[in-house]
Design a protein around this ligand. Structure first.
Ligand SMILES: Nc1ncnc2c1ncn2[C@@H]1O[C@H](COP(=O)(O)OP(=O)(O)OP(=O)(O)O)[C@@H](O)[C@H]1O
Ligand SMILES: Nc1ncnc2c1ncn2[C@@H]1O[C@H](COP(=O)(O)OP(=O)(O)OP(=O)(O)O)[C@@H](O)[C@H]1O
Ligand SMILES: [Mg+2]
Ligand SMILES: [Mg+2]
Lengths: 255, 255
């Protein structure tokens, strides 16, 4: 049975999409079958996996607001074998507004993420937008775990407490199975005092697991999306690819 | 009469807050009086200007939803002379939800940003959250100009068209005075092919002004917020400070 993991942080630009795509790519290298589900109207995950979102007739927005549209019907294969994508478009913004007044609005994704899809994959990774709104709540309700990428920067650390508070509220009211798989330090630069200080603060935040794997800043991680593939395909021998393989092993052991 | 400029981009982590604080600091160095207004529930601008947001009785959230609370009543001075702040807290998330069903919900900020505040400043800079929601729309309706920071990265370029479309809609329906002051390339690294290619694509995007000033990646820009001051105070002789002074001259000439 596939493990559903949300990748969330309301702070923008911390590497959520980069984590979803490249952890997905690395899990595939370890033999897993993975579905990457795009829950951000920016649709960076879909674009980063090489999907032409201008040609999509249906996307995750339809699945959330239209009972007749199943999740399975919008899943597409990506350029990478065993790595599928449930794509998003900008329509997801309007779907979020429509969901606002729906009954059971926080369960819209969970209702559609049924056995018949989950059992086809070892992991379902959900990429979240940079807000704590209804889309992120839907991801946390549908998931069993959440990975929190946090830039080793001052502003990024400030926001983690608010996210952990929301996770606790979702656990208490909507999804008791939800747990924090780990906090992932990103954009780490060990040469700077700021980087080292922020990494230490991250580890002192509380009793949550902080991954041993630390994602440094690598130019290739910014290049791979232009080719529509994860780093494990773009440059398998790179340090960046090795780091995500290490992360994939940690996640497999923990999940 | 003060110029009101929104700093907006729904893509996360592109340097909106960094631009608001450091452009503000640089304008002050050129002799201007500046108000930085925080319209992001993450409150990074408020924190980056050294405001202790845990001790605030009132913030921008109260101004938006309570007729009795004026903008002037929440303005505080920062550690930097002639650079004031209208702070935010996490309460702004709840205020955005409350605004959703209010009559004239897009004009809530414009109504409160009256003459008596604007005429005390040469510039009012509004920091926006990483979404195209109601808070960003309020900023675009209240402003005469918008500055769009764009990372010279693949995903960041993809989102600019959607933002420019929203700007056109706001101009047509709610604020005919609004115009794009300029697109600001950020995190630029001229040593990489990706950086140079993305900068070229940015310039080809359309007939909008792209600032001559380009903000490169400087560690000190990540350090300055820990001291609660703009880069012009944190390290006045740094390349980062010089770049923002150059930007301030461009903005003063254009505004
Ligand atoms: N470790 C890294 N090294 C270098 N570049 C990176 C790294 N991680 C992400 N990037 C690049 O930085 C930018 C921000 O990352 P990404 O878009 O994954 O963050 P995000 O949290 O998903 O952003 P958003 O909040 O907008 O959804 C992207 O252009 C990405 O290619
Ligand atoms: N040119 C730069 N060089 C180095 N670090 C930078 C630069 N600009 C911003 N930063 C750092 O990168 C991070 C992201 O920048 P910032 O928070 O200003 O972006 P933002 O667009 O306001 O993010 P959000 O979408 O979350 O509001 C911050 O930690 C900031 O200190
Ligand atoms: Mg993303
Ligand atoms: Mg910001």
């Amino acid at each position: 049975m596939g493990k559903v993991i949300a990748i969330a942080n309301q702070k923008g630009g911390v590497g959520k999409t980069t984590c979803a795509i490249n952890l997905g790519g690395a899990l595939v290298e370890l033999g897993a079958k993975v579905l990457c589900l795009d829950l951000d109207p920016q649709a960076n995950l879909s674009v980063g996996l090489g999907i032409d979102i201008t040609k999509l007739e249906r996307s995750i927005a339809d699945v959330l607001v239209d009972d007749d549209v199943s999740l399975a019907s919008i899943v597409r294969s990506s350029k990478t074998e065993r790595l599928d994508c449930a794509p998003a478009t900008i329509d997801l913004s309007a779907a979020e507004v429509e969901l606002f007044t729906a009954i059971g609005r926080e369960m819209a994704l969970k209702d559609k993420l049924g056995e018949e899809v989950i059992q086809r994959y070892d992991f379902v990774l959900i990429d979240c937008p940079p807000t704590l709104g209804l889309l992120t709540v839907n991801a946390l309700v549908a998931a069993q775990g959440v990975i929190i990428p946090v830039q080793t920067q001052y502003y990024a650390l400030k926001g983690v407490a608010a996210l952990l508070k929301m996770v606790r509220t979702v656990q208490a009211r909507l999804n008791p199975d939800l747990r924090v798989v780990g906090i992932l330090p990103t954009f780490y630069d060990s040469r700077t005092i700021l980087g080292r200080e922020m990494l230490d603060s991250l580890k002192d935040l509380g009793d949550h697991n902080v991954f041993h794997t630390v994602i440094r800043q690598w130019i290739k991680l910014g290049e791979a999306p232009t080719a529509g593939v994860p780093i494990t395909k773009y440059d398998a021998r790179s340090d960046a690819a090795k780091s995500f393989l290490e992360l994939a092993r940690e996640v497999t052991a923990l999940a």
